[in-house]
Design a binder for this molecule. Structure first.
Ligand code: GAR
Length: 197
């Protein structure tokens, strides 16, 4: 059995897509959702079983608890988590947590890194910046997580066109579609390459 923990800060639509994707795979289990946001939509989605009968436990933490990485590492280790998936998680992952799971934390960023990445570049801000810069394309980047925002080794990218008339909401919709199409599959591919714990 391969075990995944998902970190999410917001709506949780990617967490839902990933959970649904693996719901009929007996060898993969989403064991925990972790969020820094008590209002996060992902909590409600989990309560509703992500639309596929998967009621994954949710842990909510504040900044102090997140910085107390020993406790988080202990929790993830006790659940025998193989892979940590960031799905719309907006905080920097502390170095001890990165080091406790080398090559086992991945993130999705809603743009074509290295463009439009770094501190403050998350969620809708990214799409606003893409439109303001009059980019003709945007996309997604799936990458391993290191101690810096959006700088880990890139695993996969996919792009979509941005029309001159597109609003940030239009770009967000296109990018979300790319995320749903690719993130669950790429998570599966990363799982397949992980060495045994
Ligand atoms: C997604 O577009 C994801 O790429 C982005 O937040 C959104 C979360 O949507 N992540 C980041 O910006 C991370 N820096 P969701 O909560 O509906 O999955």
């Amino acid at each position: 059995m391969t075990r995944i923990a998902i970190f999410a800060s917001g709506s949780g639509s990617n967490a839902e897509e990933i959970t649904r994707y693996f719901s009929d795979q007996a060898t993969v289990q989403i064991v925990l959702i972790l969020t820094n946001n008590p209002q996060a939509g992902v909590i409600d989605r989990s309560r509703r079983g992500f639309g596929c009968g998967q009621h994954v436990p949710v842990v909510v933490f504040d900044r102090a608890a997140f910085r107390d990485t020993d406790r988080i590492i202990q929790l993830l280790t006790s659940l025998e988590v193989d892979l940590i998936v960031l799905a719309g998680f907006m905080w920097l992952v502390p170095a001890p947590l990165v080091q406790a799971f080398p090559g086992r934390i991945i993130n999705i960023h809603p743009a074509l890194l290295p463009k439009f990445g770094g501190k403050g570049m998350f969620g809708h801000h990214v799409h606003e910046a893409v439109v303001a810069a009059r980019e003709t394309e945007s996309g997604i980047t799936i990458h391993f997580v290191n101690e810096h925002y959006d700088e880990g080794q890139i695993i996969f990218q996919a792009s979509c066109p941005v029309a001159p008339t597109d609003t940030p909401d239009d770009v967000a919709a296109k990018v979300h579609q790319l995320e749903y199409t690719h993130y669950p599959r790429v998570v599966g591919e990363v799982l397949a390459t992980l060495p045994a714990r």
